[in-house]
Design a protein around this ligand. Structure first.
Ligand code: OAD
Length: 257
């Protein structure tokens, strides 16, 4: 049995599927990844140093630069469209639900493309770029789909505060409810898929190990090799936008969701 067929069988047998997604799943929507080895892909952290942009200290030091960079990325996310990989994952969720199962998406992405594609059970482990929050009150707002007017951006909730993106920066805790949902998914899934992630950033990279330890079938979708490639049960090598639709077709053909 080839790897695609084996993965299709595993997902048709599963009642609960957890899918961890990373920047690679949005690469085919034109959003750069953070650390891809493929030169053609353009990786964000190759051009920018995370310490100068993605930390609370960076924002305190240079809020104008950090706000400009995140606002530029926010507009890119708003303009982007889901690709066939996102759409296949949303279809998989609907298929499984129709037979009493469930798919939970644990995403490290901040672009909201899974939701745009129609996925409903999405846990945002690293927050989102689409909403911002006040540094003083913590209140959230969704800025309009146009460039911010001032850099840094004053908070509409308290004139002494600033707006910052609702993402998790290096050195910050992931939201407790998101971590709890991910731990629960890893502890109860029959299949755990890692799609488009370099599996290097923890705690997100640890969830597959928890699922593996309890015997869930593990599947990786990635064109490149990662630290988990030799550990997973099934490795599907290729871009998400090609592999995921083929996997869905194979699963539907095999069992008829
Ligand atoms: P990375 O940029 O680290 O890894 C992207 C992965 O996607 C790589 O393994 C690529 O091989 C793979 N990839 C590239 N194109 C793909 C495609 N078309 N289909 C499938 N896979 C593809 O992104 P993440 O693993 O998401 O955190 O990075 C994790 C975290 O590191 C991010 O959430 C971000 C970053 O620092 C924060 O900002 C907190």
């Amino acid at each position: 049995m080839d790897a695609l067929h084996a993965a299709a069988v595993a997902i048709t047998k599963a009642r609960r599927i957890a899918v961890l997604t990373g920047a690679g799943v949005s690469a085919e929507s034109g959003i750069p990844t953070f650390r891809s080895a493929l030169a053609s892909m353009g990786a964000l952290w190759k051009d920018f140093d995370p310490a100068t942009l993605a930390t609370p200290e960076a924002f305190a030091r240079d809020p104008e630069r950090v706000t400009r960079w995140y606002d530029h990325r926010r507009l890119g996310c708003l303009a982007a469209l889901p690709n066939p990989g996102h759409l296949a994952l949303a279809d998989l969720e609907r298929d499984l639900e129709s037979r009493g199962g469930e798919v939970i998406l644990l995403t490290q992405n901040v672009d909201r493309l899974h939701q745009k594609a129609g996925s409903r059970r999405v846990v945002e482990l690293h927050g989102t770029l689409i909403t911002w929050r006040c540094t003083l009150t913590g209140r959230h707002t969704t800025p309009e789909p146009a460039p911010m007017r001032e850099f840094p951006t004053p908070s509409p909730f308290d004139p002494r505060g600033l707006l910052r993106p609702n993402v998790v920066w290096f050195g910050e805790r992931l939201p407790d409810d998101a971590v709890a949902a991910a731990e629960n998914a890893a502890a109860s899934c029959d299949v755990f898929m890692a799609v488009g992630t370099s599996s290097q950033v923890y705690p997100a990279a640890g969830f597959i190990h928890a699922a593996m330890a309890r015997g869930a079938v593990t599947i990786e979708v990635n064109p490149e090799k990662t630290p988990i490639s030799d550990l997973v049960d099934i490795r599907l090598q290729g871009p998400g936008g090609e592999v995921l639709p083929r996997l869905l077709v194979a699963a539907r053909a095999g069992k008829g969701f």
